[in-house]
Design a protein around this ligand. Structure first.
Ligand code: HEC
Ligand code: HEC
Ligand code: HEC
Ligand code: HEC
Ligand code: HEC
Length: 241
């Protein structure tokens, strides 16, 4: 017989947050109960919990997490061996993330691009369970996959891939890092207060982001415009129409 854990015995979700808070509180109580040694004890009793809360508890509470509907694998799909069109790697990216006839950017490809290869709702091309799920839930039903967009800017921001990829000849990696070379997708994280995707302000809570793709805040955009001699694009109305 298979052993099953009744759901009531499973550790509650977010249990670690509670244990961290418990640990802080008991340590705090211990410090304060000590006979007065020096102001340092009281200083640490204040500072240590604030640091723990600021660095670990606050970010865990501030962001909600959602998993992508399908685990899409970029490494498999950029490989010329699967029959994807394009002589260079960049052309293979553009097979899925190309420009329409009217010049606008396609963004994440629609199902019609996938069924060039995933054309049989009854059979899969490989053995992966994710492909089976994709075929059953989307190819067979014709439903679009509701992808969550990590780099999505707030509605008030105007951004065009035509200007940046075609005119400015910037590489995908400069703004998106290694996303095009990944095998699994990280959870999508949304800031509960601003509604922004976490990729906009970045993962480092001290704001330290040495690479342009670590975050895509207003000043990251403006910095590159200055560096590339396009200060004229740093007027408010250029990015906020
Ligand atoms: C077979 C089609 C296909 C090919 C080829 C492809 N992609 Fe993608 N790409 C997708 C799909 C589907 C998604 C949505 C899922 C995800 O986030 O990975 C995506 C998402 C992305 C995103 C994330 C956008 C966001 O902010 O959420 C980036 C960046 C990206 N691709 C870059 C690339 C690069 C660079 C290449 C070439 C090395 C490439 N892609 C090749 C299908 C493709
Ligand atoms: C050029 C052909 C081609 C195109 C276009 C294509 N695929 Fe695939 N895909 C494949 C092949 C071949 C495999 C099987 C690879 C293997 O398992 O060895 C695969 C595997 C997969 C898998 C399982 C991989 C894994 O690691 O879990 C998923 C999910 C998937 N494709 C989704 C998509 C989606 C979504 C699109 C459209 C954005 C798409 N594919 C477009 C050829 C393609
Ligand atoms: C100069 C920076 C920059 C470059 C270069 C760049 N992107 Fe983006 N990309 C962005 C920004 C910013 C967004 C969010 C746009 C928005 O939300 O209005 C985005 C969004 C996307 C999306 C999601 C679009 C959607 O909403 O469906 C995909 C896919 C993507 N980029 C792929 C690529 C690929 C592939 C390349 C290279 C051919 C590339 N990007 C080059 C900055 C860039
Ligand atoms: C890696 C460098 C780089 C980054 C990062 C970058 N830009 Fe640009 N941007 C350029 C260059 C270069 C031009 C000039 C293109 C031209 O006119 O040839 C430009 C032009 C523009 C224009 C004017 C052209 C048009 O499409 O109307 C807007 C708007 C713009 N950028 C918005 C943004 C926003 C918003 C972001 C951040 C989310 C951003 N850019 C990030 C390099 C960058
Ligand atoms: C180069 C492009 C660019 C320029 C120029 C620019 N912004 Fe922004 N702005 C952005 C981006 C990207 C965001 C979203 C990310 C962030 O909050 O940093 C933003 C966000 C904002 C927000 C917050 C909106 C919200 O809903 O959260 C305000 C307010 C704003 N900008 C005002 C301004 C003003 C005022 C100027 C002129 C002094 C200006 N911006 C110039 C790109 C730009």
């Amino acid at each position: 017989m298979e052993h099953q854990t009744p759901s009531s015995e499973k550790p509650p979700k977010g249990g670690w947050i509670t244990s961290v808070i418990d640990a802080i509180l008991s340590y705090y109580a211990y410090l304060v109960s000590q006979p007065f040694r020096s102001g340092l004890v009281y200083f640490l009793a204040g500072v240590v919990p604030s640091l723990v809360i600021g660095w670990f508890v606050f970010p865990a509470v501030l962001y909600s997490k959602q998993v992508q509907p399908i685990q899409f694998n970029h490494v498999i799909h950029s490989n010329p061996d699967i029959g994807i069109e394009g002589a260079t790697e960049n052309e293979r990216c553009l097979f899925c993330h190309g420009f329409r006839k009217d010049g606008t950017f396609e963004g994440i490809p629609k199902l019609e691009r996938c069924i060039v290869c995933h054309d049989n709702p009854e059979a899969t091309l490989g053995e992966e369970p994710e492909e089976e799920k994709f075929t059953r839930e989307y190819v067979a039903t014709g439903k679009e996959v509701p992808w969550l967009v990590y780099s999505r800017q707030p509605d008030c921001v105007y951004f065009s891939h035509t200007s940046h990829v075609k005119m400015a000849k910037e590489e995908c990696r400069t703004c998106h890092g290694d996303h095009g070379y990944t095998e699994t997708l990280p959870p999508f994280q949304k800031n509960r207060v601003s509604g922004y995707s976490r990729d906009i302000w970045g993962y480092n809570i001290a704001g330290y982001s040495p690479n342009p793709w670590d975050s895509m805040k207003m000043d990251v955009c403006a910095e590159c415009h200055t560096k590339t001699g396009h200060d004229e694009d740093n007027a408010c109305f250029v990015c906020h129409k």
